[in-house]
Design a protein around this ligand. Sequence first.
Ligand SMILES: NC(=O)c1ccc[n+]([C@@H]2O[C@H](COP(=O)([O-])OP(=O)(O)OC[C@H]3O[C@@H](n4cnc5c(N)ncnc54)[C@H](OP(=O)(O)O)[C@@H]3O)[C@@H](O)[C@H]2O)c1
Length: 259
Amino acid sequence: MEIKNNTILITGGSSGIGYELACQLQRMGNQVIITGRDQARLNEAKAKLPGVHAIQSDIRDPEAVESLYASVAAAYPKLNVLVNNAGIMRKINLHEAGRGLRDLSLEIDTNLTGTIHMVHRFLPLLKNQQRAAIVNVSSGLAFVPFPISPIYGATKAAIHSYTQSLRAQLKHTSVKVFELAPPSVQTPLQHAFDAADTKGMPVMDVRKLAELTLRGLARDRFEIRPGASNLLKLISRLSPALGLKLTGGSLKHMLTEAK
Ligand SMILES: NC(=O)c1ccc[n+]([C@@H]2O[C@H](COP(=O)([O-])OP(=O)(O)OC[C@H]3O[C@@H](n4cnc5c(N)ncnc54)[C@H](OP(=O)(O)O)[C@@H]3O)[C@@H](O)[C@H]2O)c1
């Protein structure tokens, strides 16, 4: 896809990967709109990225998605790229009793349902543009489960599957469908994890991740798998058991810690 002269909406653009994509895409001559739940973090991002428009919106809330659509469609009728980046990741010990269903569903509501709602709501607008794209952010953990974050991994595997189907269904439209599967990247998402959780996993700098993403988009690489994500996909095909062994190394630490 052409990576300049677009109007781009990035969910979760107030920090990490979304923020860095907003920064680099704006520099390349795109109009960028970012979202997030926390107004203070959005204000901080906006102060550092003048020209970027920020809208507070929670992708878990269907009414907020509706109102986001109404604001964006009115102010930016030429919107042609949607980046579904907002996501959360937690360590979850499945032995723990007493977690409510609402709590257990947080990753599903954000990473999976939120993305599906956004696509559903914005697709008619995107299909009206001469050239358009949807970029769904999954993870290298879409290919191999990560036992200490079992629900997160399940949502990313689901996003991988959903994105393939979406691409197939939109094949004869103006909308190109991309999946960005980042490896482990240094962002606030990682703050809940300590060295023992991620031991042995190489961590990519967020600027490099964004550069590789833009390169992949420009070359129409529909599944962008930077760094270790490419390896995880290969391992998942050659030896799923080895993949699980690699990502499951930190499980013992979590279970012992909990005792
Ligand atoms: N970092 C990694 O190692 C890594 C690896 C693979 C994939 N990913 C994926 O990359 C994406 C971005 O992650 P990141 O590492 O950049 O994390 P991050 O720094 O924590 O940023 C997440 C962004 O999403 C927003 N967000 C969270 N929940 C939201 C909601 N319900 N509605 C709207 N915005 C929401 C956050 O803002 P608020 O909290 O203010 O809402 C923030 O702007 C996620 O989908 C993540 O799963 C990350």
